[in-house]
Design a protein around this ligand. Structure first.
Ligand code: ZN
Length: 113
C-alpha cells in the first residue's frame, strides 16, 4: 500500500454522508476510486437529497499510484475544477490540515529511506 492509499483509507470514514451511508467504491485501472458527497460544497445545497449525492470522487491517476480529487458540482472555490481536478496532496491540505502534516512527514520519510 502506498502512503497516499494509506491516507485515503484514513479519511474515507469522514467523507461518508451519514452514519448509515457508505462511501461507494469503483474499480478504475485496477485501483479503487471512491465516491462521496463533496465536503466543500455540499453544505451550500438546501435540498437534503441533493446535498448527499455522491458528486465528489477520489480517482486514481493512470500510470501512477497517485489520486486526484474531482467534484462534479464544483460549487465552492475549494472544489472548483482546475486542470481537470486537484491532487490528493492539495485536497488533504484543505480538508484535514492535521492529517496533511502527518502525510507530508511520511512522504519525506519515504524519500529518505
Ligand atoms: Zn464540491
Amino acid at each position: 500500500m502506498t502512503i497516499t492509499e494509506k491516507y485515503i483509507k484514513k479519511i474515507i470514514p469522514y467523507l461518508c454522508a451519514g452514519e448509515n451511508e457508505e462511501v461507494e467504491t469503483v474499480l478504475v485501472n485496477g485501483l479503487l476510486s471512491y465516491k462521496f458527497p463533496c465536503p466543500f460544497c455540499s453544505y451550500f445545497v438546501n435540498n437534503p437529497e441533493c446535498r448527499n449525492r455522491q458528486l465528489a470522487s477520489l480517482v486514481p491517476i493512470e500510470g501512477s499510484y497517485d489520486y486526484k480529487f474531482i467534484c462534479k458540482r464544483s460549487g465552492s472555490p475549494e472544489c472548483r475544477r482546475i486542470h481537470g481536478g486537484r491532487s490528493f496532496y492539495n485536497f488533504l491540505a484543505m480538508y484535514n490540515p492535521d492529517l496533511f502534516r502527518q502525510y507530508q512527514l511520511d512522504l519525506i520519510r519515504e524519500k529518505k529511506s
